[in-house]
Design a protein around this ligand. Structure first.
Ligand code: 4AD
Ligand code: MG
Length: 468
């Protein structure tokens, strides 16, 4: 006899081969019923929907069904049958049930419905088994595919930049140090400095905060590249928008000016949002209905809008006018100040009601590598600000002039001897170029409607939290 092959539940629910024998494997969401007939809702992760398993209780014997409780993993052979219930798909009339693994109802944490997102964070090892996190992690996968497709279709090359690095791209001093030195027996020199010559790399090393500097090297050869990898920042900010480990996508394009960079960013985000609506419909609808009734509306809205383009200076004027009219902000705002999330969201959600690309920031609050404007005060930075999120993208045109770049690095205390290789691109065949970084989890927050970034990454790393 030919052995029966397992079919994924996503396919079972589409199938019209009623009367055939099928096999499914998955985790029990619920079991209910009476003495005659039982109903098992089974999920295997291939879709948010469960398949209903109809069990003739007498034929099986009540005892043999006892281990089939919420959370148990089972295999079912049965007849694919058209479901009589209205709006329901195919169901399976069980002939044989095998229990792979039980889940004791007294200790399995995912018993009743409606656990809080906070509670589920504490059981991040099990939360993928909930409808909510199944949906989120399927969307996360599809967004990664969308990103690769977007760039591949446009002739960008996926370029891998190192995770271990000896340079601080953003110069913000938020790096996680990496060492093989024995911390219990650290040797210091006469000045109290640590001697790194005996460390693994012979110098101080860290986890990367950005692949941009290496990405620029590649753009100066391959023309257009993007990176997509894990990024680490030891910023001690316990906010719903920051992670210590997050994923960033960083395109870098030779010959692009800031206007091209803005257009690329806008096209890129819209492509991803459209992809979610087209390819993750059921999951997005579920999140819309469960958590955020305006989610789909917001996604469609962003697709229709041309993002507002505005200089930092104009943005400050609008914020000052808001204060003059009685609006209050927690943090002070004046020309030269960095925008807090509340300021960004005021511009996007209250003033323009539309995504905003803010450009030409004061050079003091931006990184050394940004192209300096002729006014001597501002740089060609661009931040894309989104409703509910604030900053989703940060980028700029890059300073391509060797003298200006190295001078700005010195002014900002960036150790130029560590980035001689970066400065070299400006010595040999330099060219105008631009790029940006999209926070993958910020994009996912927007697409899923989740309001805490810890809920769009499987195992979040935040201050004092590295469980799982
Ligand atoms: O604005 P950032 O710091 O820009 C850079 O790192 C540049 N090197 C990018 C480039 O031009 N190639 O970070 C880029 C984006 C932010 O807009 C935000 O979406 C995300 O990365 N991001 C974070 N996401 C989660 N947790 C954090 N701690 C983040 N820090 C930045
Ligand atoms: Mg930024």
């Amino acid at each position: 006899m030919e052995t029966l092959k397992r079919t994924r539940i996503a396919e079972i629910l589409q199938s019209k081969d009623f009367g055939t024998t099928v096999q499914v494997k998955g985790w029990v969401r619920t079991r209910r019923g009476n003495k005659q007939v039982g109903f098992i809702a089974l999920n295997d992760g291939s879709t948010i929907r469960n398949v209903q398993i109809v069990v003739p209780v007498d034929a099986f014997g009540e005892d043999s069904l006892k281990p089939v409780t919420t959370g148990a993993c089972i295999r079912v052979n049965g007849i694919l049958t058209e479901s009589p219930g209205q709006g329901q798909d195919a169901e399976i009339h069980a002939q044989e049930i095998h229990v792979y693994g039980t889940a004791d109802p007294l200790t399995y944490p995912l018993q009743k419905k409606g656990h809080s997102l906070e509670f589920l964070r504490d059981i991040a090892h099990l939360r993928p088994r909930t409808n909510t996190f199944g949906a989120i992690f399927r969307i996360r996968h599809h967004m990664a595919i969308a990103i690769h497709r977007f760039f591949h279709e446009r002739g960008f090359y996926y370029f891998h930049t190192p995770v271990l690095t000896a340079s601080d791209c953003e110069g913000a001093g938020q790096m996680f140090q990496v060492t093989t030195l024995n911390l219990y027996d650290l040797k210091k020199d006469a000045n109290g400095s640590i001697d790194y010559t005996n460390d693994f790399f012979g110098k101080q090393a860290s986890l990367t905060v950005s692949g941009q500097l290496e990405g620029e090297l590649a753009a100066m050869a391959l023309g257009a590249i993007y990176t997509f990898g894990p990024t680490f920042r030891a910023e001690n900010s316990n906010t719903p928008r920051h992670l210590a480990e997050f994923w960033m996508i960083e395109p870098e394009v030779a010959f692009n000016e800031i206007e091209d960079n803005m257009q690329l960013a806008e096209d890129f985000i819209k492509y991803c949002v459209r992809w979610a609506l087209d390819n993750c419909r059921e999951d997005v609808e579920f999140l819309n209905n469960m958590f955020d009734k305006e989610l789909i509306e917001r996604l469609n809205f962003v697709l229709k809008q041309n993002f507002i383009r505005l200089t930092y200076t104009e943005g400050i004027r609008i914020l000052e006018a808001a204060i003059a009219k009685g609006h209050t902000f927690e943090y002070p705002i004046y020309w030269g100040a960095d925008l807090a999330s509340e300021h960004e969201r005021y511009l996007v959600e209250d003033h323009f009601r539309c995504p905003v690309i803010l450009t030409d920031y004061p050079k003091e609050i931006k990184s050394f590598y940004m192209k300096q404007n002729d006014d001597g005060k501002t740089v060609r930075a661009m931040d894309v600000l989104f409703p509910k999120i604030g900053e989703i993208i940060g980028g700029s045109q890059r300073e391509e002039d060797y003298d200006k770049l190295s001078q700005r690095a010195q002014e900002m205390d960036v150790p130029t001897k560590d980035i001689w290789w970066y400065l070299d691109t400006r010595r040999f065949g330099t060219a105008p170029h631009s790029g940006f970084g999209l926070g993958f989890e910020r994009l996912l927050m927007f697409v899923t409607g989740m309001t805490n970034i810890r809920d769009v990454i499987p195992f979040p790393r935040t201050p004092h939290n590295a469980e799982f």
